[in-house]
Design a protein around this ligand. Structure first.
Ligand SMILES: *Cc1c(COP(=O)(O)O)cnc(C)c1O
Ligand code: SF4
Length: 325
């Protein structure tokens, strides 16, 4: 068999930065002036994302999302390694069941970018993710006729090659009671080259009605390449939504959130959720108080048409849905 050529996005992914010093050097910042800290959840950021950061600005909202800093080592009360009860929800390894009608498959632990506030930054992917776990997870979905929607998550499912993704989705689509496919991914934002010809032509033939939920937190993340990628995704007929996380020093500003909604809509994406931060260990410095979050939402409602205002929600362990704040 002739091995497939490596796609451009795959080489870009392999070239993602993993050393903070290298990232800072590219931005013209002196590491000695920033409180860096080593972390087992290492830096990872593609150059396509770095290119959207402002040079010589240590407060840049994109940099803040990816740079491991000393504050991550402060232990804050209430912040834990399993902030939303994922471990208890994994009734089968790799399959999280929290809400009626939906089952979430942890497809992989790999991500194109490592977000410091990630609620799964301590998730034991080794025990859950990967092809060995898919068999049992898919068997569990097939055995439960109440599951109408399968959500591919992770990690980021778009770190899988097109072939592996297509193989997985074919197996999902073969389950008669599954009617919808949802893909939770940050790849089109972190690495827009992922949305290439091969991926788009597969998506067009995808047998299930498909929702792609993106993750962008700041309008500067949606540059022209990202906008082009999402508009191409839209042309395949999928529904495109965005979830953002409310993050101190990144997007806790009504003007920034309004610009994000506006930019997303120009790119054929509707805002879906604005998540209050999940209290994951290492991310307390991103927390925005509930009162401030509600005030931000009120300000957004005054500025934007209703369809551009995301739902402000929080996830509580054991609750039957995401909850309005
Ligand atoms: C968030 C989440 C979903 C999706 O919830 P929606 O409100 O439908 O977006 C499904 N399953 C799990 C385990 C989740 O954490
Ligand atoms: S892309 Fe998503 S899953 Fe991956 S680190 Fe970022 S928030 Fe977490």
């Amino acid at each position: 068999m002739i091995p497939r050529a490596i796609a451009r996005w795959q080489s870009e992914l392999a070239a993602a930065l993993t050393r903070p010093e290298e990232l800072l050097a590219r931005l013209g910042l002196d590491p000695a002036t920033l409180p860096l800290a080593a972390s087992p959840f290492a830096l990872r950021v593609p150059l396509a994302y770095v290119d959207r950061m402002r040079r010589c600005d240590r407060e840049d909202p994109l940099l803040r999302q990816v740079l491991p800093v000393g504050e991550e080592h402060h232990l804050a009360p209430g912040f834990s390694r399993d902030p939303v009860g994922d471990l208890a929800a994994a009734t089968t390894p790799g399959l999280l069941r929290k809400y009626r009608g939906r089952a979430l498959l942890v497809v992989t632990g790999a991500c194109p970018i490592h977000c410091r506030y990630c609620f799964r930054r301590h998730f034991p992917y080794r025990e859950h993710a990967g092809e060995q776990a898919w068999d049992a997870a898919l068997a569990a979905v097939a055995a439960d006729g109440s599951v109408q929607e399968v959500i591919l998550s992770g990690g980021d499912p778009l770190t899988l090659s097109d072939d592996r993704l297509a193989g997985l989705v074919q197996r999902v689509a073969a389950i008669p009671h599954v009617r919808r496919l949802r893909v939770h991914t940050r790849a089109p934002v972190a690495l827009p080259s992922r949305v290439d010809e091969g991926f788009l032509s597969w998506l067009e033939t995808c047998p299930l009605q498909t929702v792609v939920v993106l993750h962008a937190n700041h309008p500067a993340e949606v540059d022209d390449a990202v906008s082009r990628a999402t508009r191409e995704l839209a042309r395949t007929g999928v529904t495109l939504l965005n979830q953002a996380v409310l993050l101190r020093g990144v997007n806790d500003d009504a003007r920034v959130l309004a610009e994000l909604s506006d930019r997303l809509f120009q790119s054929r994406v509707l805002p879906y959720y604005l998540h209050q931060l999940d209290p994951v260990q290492g991310a307390a410095h991103f927390q925005v108080a509930d009162d401030s979050a509600r005030a931000l939402l009120a300000a957004l409602r005054e500025r934007l048409p209703g369809y551009l205002v995301p739902r402000l929600v929080r996830e509580l362990r054991g609750a039957p849905s995401k909850l309005p704040l």
